[in-house]
Design a binder for this molecule. Structure first.
Ligand SMILES: *[C@@H]1O[C@H](CO)[C@@H](O)[C@H](O)[C@H]1NC(C)=O
Ligand SMILES: *[C@@H]1O[C@H](CO)[C@@H](O)[C@H](O)[C@H]1NC(C)=O
Ligand SMILES: *[C@@H]1O[C@H](CO)[C@@H](O)[C@H](O)[C@H]1NC(C)=O
Ligand SMILES: *[C@@H]1O[C@H](CO)[C@@H](O)[C@H](O)[C@H]1NC(C)=O
Length: 392
C-alpha cells in the first residue's frame, strides 16, 4: 500500500512538473507562434491560379508600411471629401540631371518608393541593383527615390536637412509636399507619372517598385531587348479578378461607398513592375481623370483599364515573396542560382539585398546550366517551370 502511494506520489510529482514545463513552454512560445496584430500577413485583395497558390507563400503584403495597431480606423469619408485636393508641390527636384533632350534620356528609369526615415534602404539600393550607369552602349540607367514628407516629423528631426544633403550628394531624390502615408501612395503614383511626363518624357522604359525588393536589372534589360519604347508595355506580377475586401479589420478594407464594384480591374503588385515610356506618359494623363483611390496598385489598374492596356503577368516578378523554408524545407530560399532566374523578389532586408547582389555578381558563382531567360520566362504561362524548380 505504502509502495503504491509512494509510486503515486512520484507520478503526481512528475505530472505536476510536466504541467509546469508545458505551461512554461506555452507562455514562452506565445510571442513566437502568434503573430503580432500588425504583422499578420494579410492577403492582399487577390486571387491566383491554384497551382501557384499552393507553393507561393505570401510573406508580407506587398511591402506596404504597416499601420500601427493603435491607429484609428481610416477615415474614408474624410478621404472622399479631400479627394479633389490632388496637386502637391514638388519640394525637391533634380532638374540638372534630367534634360528634356532625347539623347540624354535614360534607357531605363528606376523609380523607388521610399520614406525619409528609410535612409539605409536607399543606400543599399544605390549600391546594388539601383546603381546608375551605362550597361551597354545606349543602355543607361538612372535612379530616383520618390518621397513625401514624414507624417511624424518629431520622429526624425531635421528630416528636411537629411533630404537636402542626400539630394546634393546623390541627386536622386524627389520629394513632394504630401504626407508619406500608406493611403497617400496613390498621390505618389500620380505625381511620379506627371513628373515622368514633364521632366523625363523621352525615357524608354520605367521600372517602379519598393525599396525592400531585390531587382535583377540584367534580367529586366534582357526582357526589354527588342521591345519598342513607343508601344504599350506593362509587365509585372499581375493580379486578376481580385475582390474588394469588405472585412473592416483588414488593412485593405474598402467600404462599398468608396468602391461599389464586385471586382477590381487587373493590377500589378506594387512591389515592382516595368512599363514603356509611352505607357507611362499615357498613364499620366489617364490617372488625372481617375478618381483617387486609396490603394495605389489598384488605382493604377484603373488607369490601365482606362487606356485599354493589357498588363502582362511575368513569372519572374515575385512581388509576394517566395516560399519560406518552412513551407518547403528542402528548398534553399537564399540560393543565388534561384534568384538569378527572377526579376523582382519582394520583402528582403537591407543585409539580404546587399548579400544577394554580391553573391550574384561573384565571378565564382556557378550554377548548373542556365537556359535562356527569354525563352523560359518571357510572357510565358509556364508557371510549372518556376515551380518545378521550387520543388527541386
Ligand atoms: C512621433 O515620434 C515621437 C518620437 O519617436 C514619438 O514619441 C511620438 O509618440 C510620435 N507621435 C505619433 C503621433 O506617432
Ligand atoms: C495625404 O497628404 C495630405 C497632405 O499632406 C494630408 O493632408 C492627408 O491627410 C494625407 N492623406 C492620407 C490618407 O494620409
Ligand atoms: C504631358 O506632357 C505633354 C507635353 O509636354 C503635355 O501637353 C501634357 O499636358 C502633359 N500631361 C500631363 C498629365 O501632365
Ligand atoms: C545541364 O548540365 C548537365 C551537366 O551538368 C548536362 O549534362 C545537361 O545536358 C545540361 N542541360 C542543358 C539543358 O543544358
Amino acid at each position: 500500500m505504502r509502495r503504491i502511494l509512494h509510486v503515486k506520489g512520484d507520478v503526481m510529482c512528475t505530472l505536476v512538473l510536466l504541467l509546469l514545463l508545458g505551461l512554461l513552454l506555452y507562455t514562452q512560445q506565445l510571442p513566437l507562434c502568434k503573430p503580432e496584430p500588425n504583422s499578420e500577413p494579410e492577403p492582399r485583395p487577390q486571387t491566383r491560379s491554384k497551382s501557384r497558390k499552393k507553393k507561393v507563400v505570401e510573406t508580407k503584403p506587398a511591402g506596404k508600411p504597416l499601420l500601427a495597431p493603435t491607429m484609428p480606423p481610416f477615415d474614408f469619408e474624410g478621404y472622399l471629401r479631400e479627394k479633389d485636393n490632388r496637386n502637391f508641390k514638388l519640394l525637391i527636384d533634380q532638374p540638372e540631371k534630367w534634360s528634356s533632350s532625347d539623347a540624354a534620356a535614360p534607357y531605363l528609369l528606376i523609380a523607388v518608393k521610399s520614406t525619409a526615415a528609410d535612409f539605409d534602404k536607399r543606400q543599399v539600393v544605390r549600391q546594388t541593383w539601383g546603381k546608375e550607369g551605362r550597361f551597354q552602349p545606349g543602355v543607361s540607367i538612372r535612379t530616383v527615390f520618390l518621397l513625401g514628407i514624414p507624417r511624424n516629423r518629431s520622429a526624425l528631426p531635421l528630416w528636411d536637412r537629411l533630404l537636402a544633403y542626400e539630394s546634393r550628394t546623390f541627386r536622386d531624390v524627389l520629394v513632394w509636399d504630401f504626407e508619406d502615408t500608406f493611403f497617400n501612395l496613390t498621390l505618389k503614383e500620380t505625381h511620379f507619372l506627371e513628373w515622368v511626363n514633364s521632366s523625363c518624357p523621352h525615357v524608354k522604359f520605367v521600372f517602379k517598385g519598393d525599396a525592400d525588393v531585390y531587382v535583377n536589372v540584367e534580367n529586366i534589360l534582357e526582357m526589354l531587348q527588342g521591345r519598342e519604347p513607343e508601344e504599350d508595355l506593362f509587365v509585372g506580377d499581375i493580379i486578376v479578378h481580385a475582390k474588394p475586401i469588405r472585412r473592416r479589420s483588414s488593412k485593405y478594407y474598402v467600404p462599398e461607398f468608396l468602391y461599389g464594384g464586385g471586382l477590381y480591374p487587373n493590377y500589378a503588385g506594387g512591389g515592382g513592375f516595368v512599363m514603356s515610356g509611352h505607357t507611362a506618359r499615357r498613364l499620366s494623363s489617364a490617372c488625372r481623370q481617375v478618381e483617387l483611390f486609396p490603394i495605389d496598385d489598384v488605382f493604377l489598374g484603373m488607369c490601365l483599364q482606362m487606356i485599354g492596356v493589357q498588363a502582362s503577368r511575368h513569372q519572374g516578378f515575385k512581388t509576394f515573396g517566395i516560399p519560406r523554408p518552412s513551407a518547403a524545407p528542402h528548398l534553399q530560399t537564399f540560393n543565388p542560382c534561384f534568384y538569378r532566374e527572377l526579376m523582382v523578389v519582394h520583402s528582403l532586408s537591407v543585409p539580404q539585398i546587399w548579400l544577394m547582389w554580391n553573391l550574384l555578381h561573384d565571378p565564382k558563382l556557378s550554377c548548373h546550366n542556365r537556359t535562356s531567360l527569354r525563352s523560359r520566362f518571357f510572357f510565358s504561362d509556364s508557371i510549372k517551370t518556376t515551380e518545378e524548380k521550387l520543388v527541386g
